[in-house]
Design a protein around this ligand. Structure first.
Ligand code: BTN
Length: 269
């Protein structure tokens, strides 16, 4: 069944997130459409949803696999009065909300091993079921808007997943053996994003950091953080300790030194 906007609206308890939804059958990318709408003045909380994306964007220039009719591809416009330096923290705000929404949707099925891999992957048993791509528009006055793009593999079957992703990706329905209502997940996601976003604006980053660490799939684990800058690849390994006040991942190396990782990909070793 295609996503039904009225079903999302029917129980939506938010003040502004998802109050205006633009639903499309096919887009290049919901982030691109949200960017276009934000440039045209769309208000904070405006959400874009697509049944499929022809050029779904992942982090670090990757493609987000976006088959039709099974998953969630949504982007939300935010207009916070914060500095561009603080905008990446909104990815962690969204990651906390997304993890909670997924855990809630799986709860009644008894699937517990869900957590966040820094900065924004949601894992079930070490396989990725959702990701977040945050993009922002800045001008000479500062931050103009932020687009939070979220992809959730909801009802995709194992046979839908391309071979090269099979070992690392999963969907909620693969884990449950049952299909889920995409409208129900969107409703819960919009509500949780709004709650955590309001909390971040009123109380700062500390509550987000604390909740992120509780929901983390990597805290205490031995990890490898790989990054590439100007074509130069490097990595650091050690125990993931948690987040610092800027949302960077703290890693304790074997020699006891603690480093903060700002960008890159994490592998659990
Ligand atoms: C990642 O983990 O690499 C981030 C994936 C983000 C994918 C979503 S799908 C909806 C939105 N539109 C896009 O083009 N990308 C994000």
């Amino acid at each position: 069944m295609p996503i039904n906007k009225n079903l999302i609206n029917s129980h939506l308890d938010t003040d502004f997130i998802g109050r205006k939804i633009h639903l499309f059958d096919k887009l290049t990318s919901t982030n691109e459409k949200a960017h276009e709408l934000a440039m045209a003045g769309a208000p904070e909380g405006t959400a874009v949803i697509a049944e499929s994306q022809t050029s779904g964007k992942g982090r670090r220039g990757r493609v987000w696999f976006s088959p039709s009719g099974r998953n969630i591809y949504t982007s939300i416009i935010l207009r916070p009065s914060i500095s561009p330096e603080d905008a990446p923290k909104l990815t962690l705000v969204a990651a906390v909300a997304l993890a909670e929404a997924i855990i809630e949707s799986l709860k009644s099925f008894g699937v517990h091993s869900t957590g966040i891999k820094w900065p924004n992957d949601i894992l079930i048993d070490k396989k990725k079921c959702a990701g977040i791509l945050t993009e922002m528009k800045i001008n000479s006055d500062g931050l103009v808007f932020v687009i939070i793009g979220i992809g959730i593999n909801v009802n995709m079957d194992l046979c839908d997943i391309p071979t090269e992703l099979k070992t690392d990706a999963t969907s909620l329905s693969i884990e449950l053996g049952d299909t889920l209502s995409r409208e129900g997940i969107l409703q819960s996601l919009y509500s949780k994003i709004e709650n955590w976003y309001k909390r971040y604006l009123s109380e700062g980053f500390l509550p987000i950091k604390e909740r992120w660490e509780v929901l983390s799939a990597i805290k205490g684990a031995f990890v490898r953080a790989a990054s590439s800058v100007d074509g130069l690849h490097s990595y650091e390994e050690g125990e993931a300790l948690g987040l610092d006040d800027e949302g960077e991942l703290l890693i304790k190396k074997d020699d006891g030194t603690v480093i903060a990782v700002r960008t890159g990909d994490i592998a659990i070793l």
